[in-house]
Design a protein around this ligand. Structure first.
Ligand code: URA
Length: 244
């Protein structure tokens, strides 16, 4: 892989920043200064030159984790006041690893974390219609009309939502609450909460159970993560290519 692409993909700066770094003669590969951004780095080469790159061993193998995100943790690399999902990776945390999309601080469930920047970009592109399924406990019980409005698409000030499928799983008439599954293909900010509010229900609890056809491994307790299987990563790639 090209040196500039490798450094940018692995969190050493933007493509133009790493190009400048390379051109200034700061980067060495296996002990030799390399000023050519197109230089091909191979598996196992050692990169030195900046604090971040000191002694970095090249690995072109991509990493894909599935995490059961707990409530109370922000989907970010850093936050001034709250814990962030990347801290949950402990010793597995590396530059270049990023969450795929965002879950609200109070949302739990399936979060993919990868250093495959290209796939991350495709999976979060609104054009790709990647499906996401959530389990929600609602303050309120959706009626047929509300479910039909979600299916048609709801007109908000800035956009009309794409069709969303709501399936009722449980109803507590005494408490006036319901447990529902809702499947969306967009990825807008607070999407499920806004859709629920538009049909008169507040979300009391939210958990993502599926992303791009991959189900959350229910063996993962909140805060736990594991490497994704080859079958799961193949599915991720299929989810983005089928809409090309
Ligand atoms: N929709 C929301 O409202 N919140 C999330 O975290 C995810 C989807």
């Amino acid at each position: 892989m090209r040196l500039d692409k490798y450094l940018a993909n692995n969190g050493f700066g933007s493509r133009s920043e790493v190009k400048k770094l390379i051109a200034s003669g700061k980067i060495s590969v296996d002990g030799t200064v390399i000023k050519d951004s197109t230089y091909n780095v191979g598996e196992g080469s050692v990169i030195s030159g900046t604090d971040a790159a000191e002694g970095h061993r090249v690995s072109t193998e991509m990493t894909y984790y599935m995490m059961n995100k707990p409530s109370g943790v922000v989907t970010a690399a850093s936050d001034a006041t709250s814990p962030v999902v990347m801290e949950l990776l402990g010793n597995d945390r590396r530059p270049g690893l990023n969450p795929v999309g965002r879950l609200d601080k109070d949302t739990e469930g399936l979060l993919i974390i990868t250093d495959d920047g290209e796939l991350n970009h495709f999976l979060t592109s609104p054009k790709r219609n990647v499906p996401k399924k959530y389990f929600a406990i609602l303050d309120g019980i959706p009626d047929e009309e509300g479910i039909a409005r979600l299916k048609e698409g709801i007109r908000f000030k800035e956009f009309t939502s794409r069709p969303a499928l709501l399936e009722i799983s449980e109803i507590d008439r005494k408490a006036g609450t319901s447990g529902v599954f809702i499947t969306v293909t967009e990825g807008k900010f607070h999407e499920v909460k806004r859709l629920a509010a538009a049909i008169g229900c507040d979300v009391k609890y939210l958990k993502r159970t599926m992303f791009a056809g991959i189900e959350l491994d229910e063996g993962l307790a909140p805060g736990e993560y594991r490497k994704m299987t080859d079958a799961e990563t193949d599915m991720l790639r299929r989810a983005v290519t089928k809409n090309d």
